[in-house]
Design a protein around this ligand. Sequence first.
Ligand SMILES: *[C@@H]1O[C@H](CO)[C@@H](O)[C@H](O)[C@H]1NC(C)=O
Ligand SMILES: *[C@@H]1O[C@H](CO)[C@@H](O)[C@H](O)[C@H]1NC(C)=O
Ligand SMILES: *[C@@H]1O[C@H](CO)[C@@H](O)[C@H](O)[C@H]1NC(C)=O
Ligand SMILES: *[C@@H]1O[C@H](CO)[C@@H](O)[C@H](O)[C@H]1NC(C)=O
Length: 412
Amino acid sequence: MQTFFPPQAQALVVLLMSLLLPLTKPFTVIVSDSSNQSALLDGPQSGFTMNRDGARTDAREQEAVYDIMRATGNDWATDIPDVCRGRWHGIECMPDKDNVYHVVSLSFGALSDDTAFPTCDPAKSYISKSIMKLPHLRTLFFYRCFSHNPQPIPAFLGQLSPTLQTLVLRENGHVGFIPTELGNLTRLKVLDLHKNNLNGSIPVSLGRLAELRSLDLSRNTLTGSIFSLSFPVLNVLDLSQNLLVGSIPSTLGSCHSLIKIDFSRNRLSGSIPESIGSLKELILMDLSYNRLSKPFPTSIRNLNALQALILKGNPMGSATISSEEFDGMTSLMILILSYTNLHGPIPESLGRLTNLRVIHLDGNRLNGSIPTNFKDLKNLGELRLNDNQLTGPVPFGREMVWKMRRKLKTSQ
Ligand SMILES: *[C@@H]1O[C@H](CO)[C@@H](O)[C@H](O)[C@H]1NC(C)=O
Ligand SMILES: *[C@@H]1O[C@H](CO)[C@@H](O)[C@H](O)[C@H]1NC(C)=O
Ligand SMILES: *[C@@H]1O[C@H](CO)[C@@H](O)[C@H](O)[C@H]1NC(C)=O
Ligand SMILES: *[C@@H]1O[C@H](CO)[C@@H](O)[C@H](O)[C@H]1NC(C)=O
């Protein structure tokens, strides 16, 4: 596993696993809420008495948790006299100044062997409306919960506590539209609706979520175009594997904190906006398998933090790679430009990007010879140049060829 977030992003709630494996999809896992753990943002409502059995949990919230647990087939929880004291994995509580405990986080689903949140009964689970009775909630996480009982994302989630920072509804089999009401959750930092069956377009109201750090709507069947984006602190934007059309909005360039953009496997057309060059923090950009039909913007060479550029499977307007095309991309490790209609020679300048580990230029109409300075790419472990019109020798020593073995493809 490779994690290569800059330190400021590690303070975030998101961990990206295998981000750099080009052939597998990156998987975003929410680990924990990094927000201030020492105190509640809001004070208590007032007038609490002790619960039965001397429990210290807010009585109304306790009843709400029972409802939510019942609605997911976890009736066992209703035998726990104080849910905050019971402390199963998947519930987090915090005391207020009167030492009354409030529920701040609820999580469901078998995420991994060592993250055993309560599982849902997939055939009959639903999200109980009692969730509205948790005014201090910061994190709500449902993973693989409603898959055999397909249901829309309830619009009432838009009225959840204004303290909500993380909403994850991942692989739950949700159908229908993304409720516009989610745009009311203006304190959200993480919105993850990955791998459901959501359709319709991305509601413009989500543009109001100005504090978002991670927006993952990947693997749904969303249609329509990408609205004008303005997310000043967004690090991760994953809209991959949908049916999105239209062009990439040039406002993308105003989302200065972006680290990862994945729009792969949609139907986006037009050009990569010139404004992309202002994304100085960008590490990964995957726009593969779309219908982008214009040559690279010249600003792309300004992306000097970029480690992975994946544009495979776009017509890219029959471009040549200019000699200074990727000049500033000194961090580049993965370059995947297969089947992008490139023609002309491979520029020598590519051989000077010595961090390159993976180069795929196969399935183009590149001609001329392989630049001799490719032998200086000491980190190179995978090179695909097959299905081009290249001629001349392979400029690698025996050792390099042996190292790459079957990951070196130069002929048909
Ligand atoms: C965390 O909460 C404590 C106590 O309310 C406060 O003093 C501190 O400034 C907070 N820290 C941050 C980073 O918000
Ligand atoms: C979206 O999905 C729902 C339920 O699966 C379906 O009834 C509806 O017709 C779909 N709408 C669109 C615009 O595809
Ligand atoms: C929530 O959003 C909906 C639709 O976007 C809007 O009509 C409604 O007034 C909002 N509610 C609140 C409480 O802000
Ligand atoms: C490469 O192809 C172009 C036409 O696309 C041609 O003009 C050029 O002479 C070719 N170069 C080599 C070295 O074959």
